[in-house]
Unconditional design. Structure first.
Length: 461
């Protein structure tokens, strides 16, 4: 009763079924049996086999489904053999005994039970992945289909990506603002950049020691292979921090949008790689937008311009290196996206440490610290600014590594473009940066050009 109440519109459809009866051949062609059935006593002989066959289905079935379908399905088949068999035998001139025919038909049905299992209504959640992929699963309009379960608002993977991208935007924006506050108080960008890179060591070191994250296994050769990527990562960070300190955050991000231009140029010069014309055309708004933004940038400085441009060049170099040189090479064990960024950050920190000490050194750091204290900053405040900035830098990059490793290049391009827009708008609001109309147009052109380049490259690659 429960079975048919839930599936009152379901039907068993049999294409061709043959029943052997005392040497005679009875053919039943395309009968359809719908709704409740009269259950004859003969069904008791078939129900156990029917239930066993249903229980052995690879996609499984619930106990209620198995027991109800066993009894009623057996009754359906036996009733079918009894009712239709008699009429077909009469039409063919056969006079087989109804009792014998029914008995042998029942035995034949028992032997055919496994093949009939595929014709029963199946719970939607039990349909196998292969059936879905091959398009053989019952459709919603099929009489064998069962009402779909309520659809979820979003899958777990979609929810996870949404959270990762949200955190990436928030943490990246917070880092840019925090880093600018550090550089306003302590105008020593090399030292600030080195400290921010160093913060990855205690954080990820704690995760590795406690076993919260599996430790990577690297050989000396693996470290040598990763060293160039670590250097370019550190150089990209240092260039960005210097540009932040010497100019506006918004202008630095416009300069970083020129990365596609340098990627194309370096690929052509060093690897003789030439791209389709539409990709080159997408570079025009980038170059024009940066030129326009630079001419009308009220806080323009050559230090900011050169440092921001070098940051874009080293970032492009790192991307080319990863694609052309590192691809396919053994890089070590357990190098998840998080571990990869941790290793590159730690190696990069030790690489720029000598340059940082040589350029700014203890004497310059001491002068900057004293000036900040004289300006009203407490020691605790300065250390908290440095600590928060370093922590945010590491966390936002690790979240970005995790998020971008799970999406397609086009999604990567779009989300990265939106991120730049969010950071520029947030920095303009927080620091009350004045931007001219032409400067805004130039910034917009550069960012849109970077997006068009990524989309064109994804299409013509």
């Amino acid at each position: 009763h429960e079975f048919w109440s839930a599936r009152s519109k379901a039907s068993f459809v049999f294409e061709e079924m043959s029943l052997a009866s005392n040497g005679a051949f009875v053919s039943v062609g395309r009968p359809q049996l719908r709704g409740p059935l009269l259950v004859p006593p003969m069904s008791l002989q078939v129900a156990p086999a029917f239930a066993a066959a249903l229980q052995s289905r690879p996609d499984g079935a619930s106990p209620l489904h198995a027991s109800a379908a066993a009894a009623l399905g057996a009754a359906a088949l036996v009733s079918l053999g009894v009712g239709l068999g008699g009429r077909r035998r009469k039409a063919a001139g056969l006079r087989a005994s109804r009792g014998v025919a029914t008995q042998q038909s029942s035995m034949k049905i028992v032997s055919l039970m496994p093949s009939f299992m595929t014709m029963l209504p199946r719970p939607r959640a039990r349909v196998t992945a292969e059936a879905e992929a091959e398009g053989t699963a019952p459709s919603a309009a099929s009489p064998l289909a069962v009402a779909d379960e309520p659809q979820k608002f979003m899958s777990k993977k979609t929810l996870r990506l949404f959270i990762l991208f949200f955190l990436w935007y928030v943490l990246n924006t917070a880092y840019n603002i925090g880093n600018k506050l550090v550089l306003t108080a302590l105008p020593i960008p090399w030292t600030s950049a080195t400290i921010e890179l160093f913060f990855g060591l205690p954080y990820v070191g704690f995760l590795w020691i406690t076993g919260l994250r599996i430790k990577p296994k690297l050989s000396i050769d693996n470290i040598k292979t990763l060293a160039p990527s670590a250097f370019f990562l550190a150089a990209t960070h240092v260039g960005g921090v210097i540009s932040f300190g010497a100019g506006a955050i918004s202008f630095t991000h416009v300069l970083k949008a020129t990365e596609p231009v340098w990627t194309v140029l370096l690929s052509a010069v060093f690897f003789k790689e030439f791209l389709p014309v539409p990709i080159y055309l997408s570079l025009v708004p980038i170059i024009g937008g940066v030129a326009l933004a630079s001419m009308k940038e009220l806080s323009f400085t050559w230090v900011s311009f050169i440092a921001g441009t070098l940051s874009a060049v080293t970032s492009a170099s790192k991307a080319i290196l990863s694609k052309k040189i590192l691809d396919g090479k053994p890089l070590g064990e357990n190098l998840t996206p998080g571990n990869m960024f941790a290793v590159l950050t730690i190696l990069g920190c030790f690489m720029i440490l000598p340059a940082s000490l040589a350029i700014e050194g203890p004497a310059k750091i001491s002068v900057a610290w004293s000036a900040a204290r004289a300006a009203g900053y407490s020691a605790a405040h300065l250390w908290s600014l440095l600590g928060v900035s370093g922590f945010l830098y590491y966390i936002y990059n690790e979240v970005a590594f995790l998020a971008l490793s799970e999406v397609a290049p086009v999604t990567h391009a779009v989300t990265n473009t939106v991120k730049r827009v969010v950071i520029i708008l947030a920095s303009v609001v927080v620091f009350k940066t004045k931007i001219t109309l032409l400067g805004s147009v130039g910034s917009g052109l550069a960012i849109v050009g970077a997006l068009l380049y990524s989309l064109a490259k994804a299409k013509y690659k």
